[in-house]
Write a protein that binds this ligand. Structure first.
Ligand code: SAM
Length: 233
């Protein structure tokens, strides 16, 4: 594929190992789920606070969109962090993820009468054009090289009719320092493909979306921001 030829092998290998393969593992899936859904401990306090804020921000953006009972695609749904919120607000929800191990923890999606789980790659999804009103994509883009993000964005545009809620790690001087320190200490890279605000806006516009609203998940502490995008006709 032409887009992939422009990516060097090292970047593709990184994406393969830290994003696509990383979560196809029972232990990883369990520890991800526990980090925000387990009992509060000093070690998971931050992850729980971030997860709660993400859900609150998504709720606020759904209110902004103002659609009554939209149909939603949550990709990647992971262990189902958004499931309770979406199953209570949407007419139907599909949770999709490349990792069956992660989805095995998404109990609400498995048991709600208005939701389904599908194993799928966000780059090429088995859904019809405009099958959903909304696509929600949390905590994936900062782990995907820009060229592949553009492919995903074009898939999101194809399968949705009303808009997209997407999260992205936005670089700032403080975050860059934090990520550099993690690299030096050989800790896991938390946002290997983050972008600055200006270039992310370009990506959004190149993909045929307009940027309606952006919310910072935890100002000053987290680089993650949520964006509400609507398709440009
Ligand atoms: C950090 S988790 C985020 C999950 C969920 N959105 C959340 O906020 O809890 C990243 C997820 O992306 C999934 N993933 C990675 N590459 C993917 C791809 N190309 N298509 C679909 N899912 C992918 C992983 O399996 C994992 O579940």
């Amino acid at each position: 594929m032409q887009v992939k030829e422009k990516l060097d092998k090292e970047t593709l290998d990184r994406y393969e190992s830290i994003t696509r393969k990383n979560y196809r593992n029972d232990l990883k899936a369990r520890s991800y789920y526990r980090s925000y859904a387990g009992m509060v401990t000093p070690a998971n306090l931050y992850a729980k606070a971030i997860a709660a804020r993400e859900v609150a921000c998504v709720r606020r953006l759904l209110d902004d969109i103002g659609l009554q009972s939209p149909s939603c695609l949550d990709v990647p749904c992971g262990t189902g962090k958004l499931a309770k919120l979406l199953c209570s607000r949407a007419s139907m929800v599909v949770g999709a993820d490349i990792s069956a191990e992660m989805m095995s923890f998404a109990v609400t999606y498995k048991t709600s009468p208005n939701s389904w789980l599908v194993q799928a790659d966000a780059q090429q999804m088995p859904f019809a054009d405009k099958e959903f009103d909304l696509v929600l994509c949390l905590r994936l883009f900062h782990r995907v090289p820009k060229q592949l993000r553009l492919e995903m964005m074009s898939e999101f545009k194809r399968v949705s009719s009303a808009g997209v809620i997407v999260s992205m790690a936005i670089e700032g001087p403080w975050q860059r320092m934090k990520w550099r320190t993690r690299r030096v200490l050989r800790m896991t890279e938390s946002a290997p493909f983050a972008a600055n605000l200006h270039s992310f806006r370009d990506e959004v516009e190149t993909s045929g979306f307009a940027w309606r609203r952006s919310l910072s998940v935890m100002p000053g502490l987290s680089s993650e921001r949520l964006f509400l995008l609507s398709p440009v006709k």
